[in-house]
Design a protein around this ligand. Structure first.
Ligand SMILES: [Zn+2]
Length: 120
Protein backbone atom coordinates (compact mmCIF):
# COMPACT_ATOMS: atom_id res chain seq x y z
CA UNK A 1 0.00 0.00 0.00
CA UNK A 2 1.62 3.22 -1.17
CA UNK A 3 1.49 6.07 1.26
CA UNK A 4 2.77 9.60 0.85
CA UNK A 5 2.97 12.87 2.77
CA UNK A 6 0.68 14.45 0.21
CA UNK A 7 -0.99 13.35 -2.99
CA UNK A 8 0.65 14.98 -6.00
CA UNK A 9 -1.35 15.98 -9.03
CA UNK A 10 0.89 13.78 -11.19
CA UNK A 11 0.03 10.78 -9.01
CA UNK A 12 -3.68 11.55 -9.44
CA UNK A 13 -3.32 12.09 -13.21
CA UNK A 14 -1.50 8.77 -13.58
CA UNK A 15 -4.34 7.07 -11.71
CA UNK A 16 -6.91 8.88 -13.90
CA UNK A 17 -5.05 7.68 -17.02
CA UNK A 18 -5.08 4.08 -15.77
CA UNK A 19 -8.82 4.42 -15.25
CA UNK A 20 -8.68 1.40 -12.94
CA UNK A 21 -10.91 2.60 -10.12
CA UNK A 22 -8.11 4.18 -8.12
CA UNK A 23 -9.04 6.65 -5.43
CA UNK A 24 -7.22 8.42 -2.63
CA UNK A 25 -7.73 9.11 1.04
CA UNK A 26 -7.20 12.77 1.90
CA UNK A 27 -6.75 11.94 5.57
CA UNK A 28 -3.98 9.31 5.43
CA UNK A 29 -2.91 9.69 1.73
CA UNK A 30 -3.42 5.98 1.03
CA UNK A 31 -4.52 4.58 -2.33
CA UNK A 32 -7.98 3.09 -2.52
CA UNK A 33 -9.47 0.63 -4.99
CA UNK A 34 -12.83 0.26 -6.69
CA UNK A 35 -13.54 3.99 -6.52
CA UNK A 36 -15.59 5.80 -9.17
CA UNK A 37 -13.88 8.99 -10.51
CA UNK A 38 -16.67 11.16 -9.06
CA UNK A 39 -16.86 9.39 -5.68
CA UNK A 40 -16.69 11.57 -2.56
CA UNK A 41 -16.32 11.02 1.15
CA UNK A 42 -16.15 7.23 1.09
CA UNK A 43 -14.84 5.46 4.17
CA UNK A 44 -11.11 4.70 4.09
CA UNK A 45 -10.30 1.04 4.78
CA UNK A 46 -6.99 2.07 6.32
CA UNK A 47 -7.75 4.98 8.64
CA UNK A 48 -11.55 4.83 8.84
CA UNK A 49 -12.05 8.49 7.90
CA UNK A 50 -14.69 9.32 5.30
CA UNK A 51 -12.08 11.03 3.14
CA UNK A 52 -11.74 8.76 0.10
CA UNK A 53 -12.31 10.54 -3.21
CA UNK A 54 -12.19 9.49 -6.86
CA UNK A 55 -9.68 10.90 -9.35
CA UNK A 56 -11.98 13.61 -10.79
CA UNK A 57 -12.75 14.95 -7.34
CA UNK A 58 -9.10 14.77 -6.29
CA UNK A 59 -8.01 16.79 -9.33
CA UNK A 60 -10.48 19.50 -8.42
CA UNK A 61 -9.14 19.63 -4.85
CA UNK A 62 -5.51 19.89 -5.88
CA UNK A 63 -6.28 22.57 -8.46
CA UNK A 64 -8.10 24.64 -5.85
CA UNK A 65 -5.50 24.14 -3.14
CA UNK A 66 -2.21 24.23 -5.03
CA UNK A 67 -3.08 25.93 -8.31
CA UNK A 68 -1.99 24.24 -11.48
CA UNK A 69 1.59 23.73 -12.53
CA UNK A 70 2.05 24.69 -16.20
CA UNK A 71 2.92 21.22 -17.47
CA UNK A 72 0.29 19.58 -15.33
CA UNK A 73 -2.27 22.09 -16.60
CA UNK A 74 -1.37 21.26 -20.18
CA UNK A 75 -1.54 17.56 -19.44
CA UNK A 76 -5.02 17.99 -17.96
CA UNK A 77 -6.16 20.00 -21.01
CA UNK A 78 -4.75 17.38 -23.41
CA UNK A 79 -6.53 14.66 -21.50
CA UNK A 80 -9.80 16.58 -21.80
CA UNK A 81 -9.18 17.07 -25.54
CA UNK A 82 -8.66 13.30 -25.89
CA UNK A 83 -11.95 12.60 -24.18
CA UNK A 84 -13.75 15.17 -26.36
CA UNK A 85 -12.25 13.59 -29.50
CA UNK A 86 -13.38 10.14 -28.43
CA UNK A 87 -16.86 11.49 -27.70
CA UNK A 88 -16.99 12.75 -31.30
CA UNK A 89 -16.20 9.20 -32.42
CA UNK A 90 -18.88 7.83 -30.11
CA UNK A 91 -21.49 10.13 -31.65
CA UNK A 92 -20.46 9.43 -35.25
CA UNK A 93 -22.49 6.18 -35.43
CA UNK A 94 -25.73 8.06 -35.28
CA UNK A 95 -26.47 11.57 -36.43
CA UNK A 96 -25.50 13.76 -33.49
CA UNK A 97 -24.35 16.93 -35.22
CA UNK A 98 -25.19 19.08 -32.20
CA UNK A 99 -23.16 16.94 -29.79
CA UNK A 100 -20.29 16.87 -32.24
CA UNK A 101 -20.24 20.64 -32.67
CA UNK A 102 -20.42 20.99 -28.87
CA UNK A 103 -17.37 18.72 -28.55
CA UNK A 104 -15.52 20.69 -31.23
CA UNK A 105 -16.29 23.90 -29.36
CA UNK A 106 -14.89 22.37 -26.16
CA UNK A 107 -11.74 21.26 -27.99
CA UNK A 108 -11.31 24.78 -29.38
CA UNK A 109 -11.57 26.29 -25.88
CA UNK A 110 -9.14 23.74 -24.43
CA UNK A 111 -6.58 24.56 -27.13
CA UNK A 112 -7.03 28.26 -26.39
CA UNK A 113 -6.48 27.52 -22.69
CA UNK A 114 -3.17 25.76 -23.44
CA UNK A 115 -2.13 28.67 -25.66
CA UNK A 116 -3.06 31.16 -22.92
CA UNK A 117 -1.17 29.18 -20.23
CA UNK A 118 1.96 29.04 -22.39
CA UNK A 119 1.95 32.82 -22.86
CA UNK A 120 1.74 33.60 -19.14
ZN1 LIG B 1 -7.32 6.98 5.12
Amino acid sequence: MATDTYISEVRILDAADRNDGSGFCRACFADARGIEPDARNLKCKLCGEQEVFGTDEMLQFTRREHGVDLLVGIRIALKEIQSQVSSINDYSDEAHPLMQSEALKNIYHLIKRIDHDLKR
